[in-house]
Design a protein around this ligand. Structure first.
Ligand code: FAD
Length: 434
């Protein structure tokens, strides 16, 4: 059987390489890591999680919940590993990032069908099927190689990472553990502010110094990764209606209703590290320490990692790729992960799996597989293939990309989405395994 080159051992590349290798395909897995790191990667491990440790909701009445069930059904190794190394986070699937990536690295390194090559790639082997999964921070030589192939510029936007503080440095005489409306376990640490505290914090935040960005273009910030200082500049109450929403949270230390609440989510199983939910930021490190230490309970916070912002590269899917995520100009080259125009961890894993299934079928002269928009994975690719190329933006899992079901009751409608998706995946699985 022919060999396959997978370029990039992030979430998409690792899923793709493991799927193929477990099916007996010889895979050359290239990653620039250990020789060089992108601005957001720091670990030697594969499948590094660069920002929040949340894989979003696990509730089957949400699109993210259904999506993870689909991937589990399809046999995703990364999703299975994420559950294995999950940390408590209410309804969400959050993972211990170190344990997760170490396990994926172990699975890759011990797989006799995977040949790991630590190198930057900027050319394509004409005689091999290649999956490019170099992510949103694809290095310039690979961007240039793709530009040459695609004959047009990449699109781009900015994305941001939230800071992480040590648990022991949080002042629990001011902060408190609670869940919103008291539902489920009290997994989050909450830092409540009264109006005067919020006003001071707000004024310092909107006037704080930001790090310099190159080629900055406001219009390309992806809405769900909006830096906290930019969101704040939309108005005094913007944060109170967003990540600092106080509703449903009772301050265990004061009888007054909180005016705003900062939530901190567990970063690891041992709960020694917490990230500030929704605090993606481009403030300078010094300013992050100064301004975020104004939050009650975080006065003495030890910042284990500061927030950062980075360029993200992605191709114009509807122009450049076919519905199987292959270059229209060269069907031996697949693009997987964030670089292909999906947005998010789980979406990147899904796209690695989707490409792997079709690479395997190509190698074995079997018909290529696609999913209908009765499933989240099918809805994603349906969107990507048919999106308006003039205004193309990355997409994440949501019910809006599905074939609609008419039921005015949201709860029962979402349950029907789930049931339909599982049945459709079952049907396609028979095709895959035929
Ligand atoms: C700063 C930042 C924060 C993010 N935060 C979130 C978040 O909180 N939640 C979320 O769901 N999504 C987030 N994303 C988006 C996205 O889900 C992640 O970037 C995800 O890791 C993408 O997976 P991937 O496999 O496409 O790429 P990556 O996981 O980035 O993997 C790409 C790999 O390719 C390697 N590489 C790059 N160029 C080359 C080359 N030329 N040759 C060889 N190897 C190369 C890299 O070293 C890396 O290991 C964030 C993205 C960024 C940049």
């Amino acid at each position: 059987m022919k060999e396959v080159n997978v370029i990039g051992g992030g979430l998409a590349g690792s899923e793709c390489a493991l799927y193929l290798a477990n099916k007996g395909v010889k895979v050359n897995l290239f990653d620039i890591k250990t020789k060089q790191f992108t601005p957001a990667h720091h670990s030697d491990n594969f499948a590094e999680i660069v920002c929040s440790n949340s894989f979003k909701s696990d509730d089957i009445t949400t699109a993210s919940g259904v999506f993870k069930r689909e991937l589990t059904q399809l046999g995703s190794i990364l999703i299975k590993t994420a559950y294995k190394f999950s940390v408590p986070a209410g309804q969400a699937l959050a993972v211990d990032r170190e344990a997760f990536s170490s396990e994926i690295t172990r699975l890759i390194k011990q797989n006799k069908n995977i040949n790991v090559i630590c190198d930057e790639v900027s050319t394509f082997d004409k005689n091999a099927i290649t999956v490019v999964a170099t992510g949103p921070l694809t290095t310039k030589p690979m961007c240039d190689a793709l530009k040459q192939k695609l004959g047009q510029d990449f699109l781009y936007f900015y994305d941001a990472a939230a800071p992480i503080v040590s648990a022991e440095s949080i002042d629990m005489n001011k902060a408190f553990c609670a869940s919103r409306y008291g539902k489920g376990e009290a997994d989050y640490i909450n830092c409540a502010m009264d109006k005067a505290e919020y006003t001071n914090f707000y004024n310092q935040l909107i006037s704080a110094k930001t790090a310099q960005l190159h080629d900055f273009d406001k219009n390309h910030i992806f809405e769900s990764c909006m830096p906290v200082e930019i969101l704040a500049k939309r108005g005094f109450d913007a944060l109170r209606f967003g990540p600092l929403k106080p509703v449903g949270i009772t301050n265990l230390h004061k009888s007054d209703k909180p005016f705003a609440v900062v939530q901190l989510r567990k970063e690891n199983i041992n709960a020694t590290m917490y990230n500030l939910v929704g605090f993606q930021t481009n403030l300078t490190f010094g300013e992050q320490k100064r301004v975020f230490s104004l939050i009650p309970g975080l006065e003495q916070a030890e910042f284990l990692r500061y927030g950062v912002m980075h360029t993200n590269n992605f191709v114009n899917f509807p122009v450049c790729l076919d519905k199987y995520s292959r270059l229209k100009k060269d069907s031996n080259i697949f693009i997987a992960g964030q670089l292909s125009g999906v947005e998010g961890y789980v979406e990147s894993i899904a796209s690695g799996l989707y490409c792997a299934i079709n690479v395997y079928n190509m190698l074995n002269n079997k018909p290529l597989i696609s999913f209908s928009a009765d499933t989240i994975i099918g809805g994603l690719y349906n969107y990507l293939t048919n999106a308006n190329p003039n205004n193309f933006q990355p997409i994440n899992a949501n019910f809006g990309i599905l074939n609609p079901i008419s039921d005015k009751n949201k709860q029962t409608r979402n349950q029907k989405y789930y049931a339909r998706s599982i049945a459709e995946i079952e049907r396609v699985l028979k095709q895959i395994n035929a």
